[in-house]
Design a protein around this ligand. Sequence first.
Ligand SMILES: [Zn+2]
Length: 181
Amino acid sequence: MLLDDILTYNEEFVSKKEYVPYETDNLPNKRAVIFTCMDTRLIELLPKALNFKNGDVKMVKNAGAILTDPYDSVMKSILVAVHALQADEVFVIAHHRCGMNHLDTDGLLSTMQENGIDTKSIQSVDKDLNQWLQGFDDVGNSVEKSVDIIKNHPLLPNNIPVHGLVIDPATGELDLVTRGY
Ligand SMILES: [Zn+2]
């Protein structure tokens, strides 16, 4: 079981003080907050490709680095990073070949049913699920939209630059979409 593997490993990690190289505080040394995708390929690659170490940045993730609602938990996290944790620069970093690109929402809903979610439960959701689950058609446009929502947020100070980038999940190469300065 993965949980047991984790707990066993963790005991050793702590007792051998393997945490020492990662000691830092909760304020981002590079004073930035990164909003990116939860993709597995980016876990280590993104920080390495951007030269971020433990302690350097605040990082917020979701599926696709898609921000659609200016009052969702992603925007809240960005505002907390800026107002409470000294971040003074925001980076939206989506990636090529993202699972949210052309996401088949009908397919996702059928998979949910195959996974045992019954029609009644699906109908009980008070939302347009196809719209709520939707991904994006063009990664650059999606980044621009997220940047726009953040940049124009009434609770974000005007002097905070909001940048938009797309990373290659194989090589780590960045394409600049929006230069926020
Ligand atoms: Zn992705």
